[in-house]
Design a protein around this ligand. Structure first.
Ligand code: SF4
Length: 173
């Protein structure tokens, strides 16, 4: 029996910088609760305006635009270490179990709006690492039914993220 081929994420990580470095990862209120319960910490959150202007172009996803951004344009994201790595990135990859990982991370590199999931992955995903006959879903080991479930959960949690019930976990200055 042949050796199992590494997942696309493992192949990508072996090439250098990964999607767990230098990324702005929005956290739903549910993500915050799950990560806080697992880690016993709350200092993994910050509110920040995006450094990537293309992120503000959410005209095709009014639910995202309405619920994710506050009036000043900031949104709740995972803090990064001084070297720009995600705080939860360890030598073997993400230190959070899949069920605790932010929903955005679980769905990456799929792209989507509230209405649908695109077949095409995020443009930054290195499709050159796919072998013949592989799709991004098969190479990341994510069944589409699972992706649809996470996508539904993501938007169910996003709509709970309204100005009146947001939990601001920013450290006091
Ligand atoms: S939470 Fe895990 S999967 Fe998400 S960016 Fe951080 S290290 Fe990567």
């Amino acid at each position: 029996m042949g050796a199992l081929k590494p997942t696309l994420c493992a192949r990508c990580a072996a090439q250098g910088k990964t999607c767990c470095q230098g990324r702005e990862i929005y956290l739903t209120p549910g993500d915050v609760r799950r990560i806080a319960a697992f880690t016993g910490e709350s200092q993994f959150v910050e509110w920040n305006q995006t450094a990537d202007p293309s992120y503000l172009d959410q005209d095709d996803d009014p639910i995202w635009r309405q619920h994710v951004f506050r009036r000043d344009g900031s949104r709740r994201i995972l803090r990064r270490a001084p070297n720009d790595d995600c705080l939860f990135l360890g030598p073997q990859g993400c230190r959070l179990p899949l069920a605790v990982r932010p929903l955005l991370c679980r769905l990456h590199p799929l792209t989507y709006t509230a209405d649908h999931i695109d077949a095409e992955p995020d443009a930054t995903c290195p499709r050159r690492l796919l072998v013949s006959g592989e799709t991004v879903l098969s190479a990341t080991g994510t069944p589409m039914a699972q992706a649809r479930q996470w996508h539904q959960q993501l938007y169910e949690e996003i709509i709970t993220d309204a100005p009146d019930n947001r939990t601001d976990l920013r450290p006091t200055l």
